[in-house]
Design a protein around this ligand. Structure first.
Ligand code: SF4
Length: 500
């Protein structure tokens, strides 16, 4: 059995992924998307920058010939060259187990080893800014393979992070952890049974098995598709004999509250009921509170003949908000107009910011609907950056209404997450480009900057307009949903009961 550093890295994130990478059907893998390709390109560019600080030797080997690569790398190590980039090391470990690693750099240090009066220390170049635990475990794994090759453990390993000081990996802590993880990984691979799935946004985000896992999860009505069911809560639910969506939806509230506390127990119960019944469930106590707190009906401002729906596309690596999109709905004339304030070069951000403000002030009474708080934070950031007088931007904030906040405060929906896409899709909105997303727009914007091909800009604008329209549809749905409940809340005797 071959265990590589890469396999160990992915095993730490998901045992199922490591297993599928070895035994899965490659045809079920998702194709590489543009965002992943960009990440790889950025990572490669960062690596090239780091490498300028080293005078290295590079062994020659074909990617499918790791044995030949090990020989070529070992040859350079035996020569005692100062630094090796792009090598590969492999060694037998336990019976039937071969370990393989590809440290970005092997740097010579003075000291006795099987090689002579020198040994090598591994350095991994990472695009990330933090010394994540899984990186440190991989460094400890590099140390193990090196120890098998050169006869002694390197005293430590280094992580070269983006924009940070090099991080010294603490082998005293990480090596025992690495051994435990490595043994678990080997046991999983030997077990010949695909590990259970658990979908989570953070873990599964960039995984090439996502579509196949998601299809299985949907088929099984898997509990990980219920918002609020974390891996720990999932295990706890299973220990309580609650393994299906139906079982969770039918569990007693007092049992769930006893296990998870009042708030979480209530959340899990309501969320499962919504998913199981495929119906929206109003949060009546919250609605009641909001009715008392907000004297006006935010969703039904009579004096506002125009309302604006606002959405941004940004490139975080450039610290740039390159598209400020606004959909103006004239409720009197029944017309709609979408405005795209687009920075065709990063230098135009200040210009589009002023143009966007001009539009907002053309409709000084219009409420400004947006989804999540990024838009508000961006208004604050741009105002500060471009020294905008406070009378131009502060009143804008008072007009902002966060539709996401209102949704999550007032209703439980049968969705997998409370991001704009799943919610708006549930209310019936569909994006013209089904595969587009914010990350894809970042790639498209960089491709526009690189190639000057306007089709990338057109695709971004189309996506942004759809985001604005999705926010509009969602807000309209929420208005229709809440209106009778607000009315009922104003006459407490007719408050309807929550579903279930
Ligand atoms: S999609 Fe998620 S659960 Fe499936 S293999 Fe990938 S990381 Fe694991």
């Amino acid at each position: 059995m071959l265990v590589s550093a890469e396999l160990l890295l992915y095993y730490q994130r998901c045992d199922r992924r490591a297993f599928l990478d070895v035994f899965g059907n490659p045809r079920q893998k998702d194709p590489l998307d543009d965002f992943l390709i960009k990440l790889r390109q950025d990572s490669h560019a960062h690596r090239q920058i780091e490498l300028t600080q080293y005078d290295y030797h590079q062994p020659k080997w074909r990617p499918d010939d790791w044995l030949g690569g090990t020989e070529a790398t070992l040859e350079l190590m035996e020569q005692g060259v100062e630094c090796i980039y792009g090598g590969v090391l492999s060694a037998s470990w336990l019976p039937g187990i071969t370990l393989i690693c590809q440290p970005d750099l092997l740097v010579r240090e003075t000291g006795s080893s099987a090689l002579g009066s020198w040994y090598y220390v591994p350095k991994e170049i990472k695009f990330g800014k933090r010394p994540k635990l899984d990186y440190q475990i991989v460094s400890a794994f590099d140390g193990l393979v090196l120890s098998l090759v050169q006869g002694i453990w390197p005293p430590t390993a280094w992580l070269l992070l983006r924009g940070r000081q090099p991080h010294l990996v603490d082998f005293d802590k990480r090596v025992p952890e690495m051994h435990r993880i490595l043994h678990d990984c080997i046991a999983t691979l030997r077990h010949h049974r695909t590990p259970d799935l658990f979908l989570s946004r953070q873990k599964c985000n960039l995984c090439h098995w996502y579509s196949s896992c998601h299809a299985i999860a949907e088929q099984q009505h898997h509990l990980s598709l219920v918002p609020g069911v974390t891996p720990n809560r999932y295990e706890q639910l299973r220990s309580m004999g609650i393994e299906t969506l139906e079982a969770l939806a039918q569990s007693s509230l007092s049992q769930l509250k006893g296990a998870f506390g009042g708030e979480v127990g209530e959340q899990l119960s309501q969320q499962a009921k919504a998913a199981f019944s495929q119906q929206a469930i109003p949060k009546l106590p919250e609605i009641d509170r909001l009715v008392r707190e907000y004297s006006h009906r935010w969703f039904d401002v009579p004096e506002a003949s125009v309302e604006i729906h606002f959405d941004i596309e940004a490139e975080p690596d450039l610290d740039l908000d390159f598209l400020l999109g606004a959909l103006a709905i004239d409720r009197v004339t029944g017309t709609q107009q979408y405005f795209a304030f687009l920075a065709e070069t990063p230098g135009e951000e200040g210009k589009i910011w002023q143009e966007f403000l001009d539009l907002l002030w053309a409709y000084p009474d219009a409420p400004i609907y947006h989804f999540c708080d990024y838009e508000v934070k961006t208004v604050q950031r741009l105002a500060k950056l471009y020294r905008t007088p406070s009378h131009r931007w502060k009143p804008v904030l008072d007009r902002c209404v966060d539709v996401h906040w209102w949704v999550t405060q007032t209703v439980v929906l049968p969705v997998e997450s409370y991001a704009l896409k799943p919610i708006a899709r549930w209310v019936g909105f569909d994006w013209r480009d089904r595969n587009a997303n914010g990350a894809q727009c970042i790639c498209w914007y960089n491709q526009w900057l690189d190639t000057g091909d306007r089709r990338y800009l057109d695709a971004i604008v189309r996506y942004n307009e759809d985001d604005c329209r999705a926010t509009y549809d969602l807000k309209n749905w929420l208005v229709q949903f809440l209106k009778p409940l607000y009315d009922a809340s104003l006459s407490p005797s007719v408050i309807p009961s929550p579903l279930g």
